[in-house]
Structure formats: structure tokens, C-alpha cells
Design a protein around this ligand. Structure first.
Ligand SMILES: [Fe+2]
Ligand SMILES: [Fe+2]
Length: 144
């Protein structure tokens, strides 16, 4: 199961890497908490949704600020929304017998995240790194 961020998951932008790293740490914590019966499924899913949404808002903010082209922007945001919809559905089922169980949730999110980070996020990371570099160049030029 994927529960740890590794250097080769880097998308090339430190701020995003840091957020991704924190999310993997949260997943690992949720898994441990479940084994130790520290918190129920509902509460853990709530934590996860909350943090995932905060990360998506931050990432999508960069996309809009730096003019990420429409087709990629739309499909990337749709991926974020699909994941949140799945988590919200699981959250709703958490108290019932239809609850997916923490192992399935953590495994699914870990795999989803790894595929998303090394796919869509890396593609966006390349775009963003170039934009940030040229923004820094522009600022430097102003004072030279
Ligand atoms: Fe993303
Ligand atoms: Fe991301």
C-alpha cells in the first residue's frame, strides 16, 4: 500500500511537493489510528476530505493565477471533484454497514494519489515551474 511520499513523486514545485507529502503523512496517520481504534471512520474521512479539499483549492489557485490552459485545467479539476465526490459518498456511508472500511479507503486514496501526482500534477508542475521561473526573471529584470 502506498503510504509514503518519495522523492521520485516530485512534481518539480516545492510548495506542491510539501502539500503532497503532508497528505501521505495524513493517510499513514489515519491508517495507524484505525488500527489503534483512536478514531472512527466518519471522523477520519472528515479529516481526509477537509485536507484534500484544502490542497485542491491551493493547487487550483495556482492553475488560475498562472493561466493553466483550459482543457488541462478543466480535466484536472474534474479529477479532484470526482475524488471528493467518492470520499463524500463514503463519509455518508461511514456509520452504516455499507462502510468501505479504513483499509479500502486508505488503499484507494494512496493509489489514486500516486497516479494523480505522477500524472496530472506532474504535468501541471512542469508548467508551473516554467511560469514561476519566468516570473522571477521578470522581477529580477525590473531591478537590474
Ligand atoms: Fe491535482
Ligand atoms: Fe496535488
Amino acid at each position: 500500500m502506498v503510504l509514503e511520499w518519495k522523492k521520485n513523486y516530485s512534481v518539480g514545485v516545492a510548495k506542491l511537493d510539501e502539500e503532497h507529502q503532508r497528505l501521505f503523512e495524513l493517510l499513514a496517520d489515519i491508517y495507524t489510528a484505525a488500527w489503534e481504534n483512536r478514531a472512527g471512520m466518519e471522523e477520519q474521512l472528515f479529516r481526509l476530505i477537509d485536507r484534500m479539499q484544502a490542497h485542491f483549492i491551493s493547487e487550483e489557485g495556482y492553475m488560475r493565477r498562472y493561466g493553466y490552459p483550459q482543457p488541462q485545467l478543466v480535466s484536472h479539476i474534474a479529477e479532484h471533484e470526482r475524488l471528493i465526490a467518492t470520499l463524500l459518498q463514503w463519509h455518508e456511508q461511514a456509520a452504516s454497514r455499507r462502510s468501505p472500511g479504513v483499509y479500502r479507503v486508505v488503499k484507494f486514496i494512496g493509489e489514486w494519489y500516486l497516479s494523480h501526482i505522477t500524472g496530472c500534477d506532474r504535468q501541471f508542475g512542469r508548467f508551473l515551474a516554467e511560469k514561476i521561473d519566468s516570473a522571477i526573471d521578470a522581477v529580477d529584470c525590473k531591478y537590474c
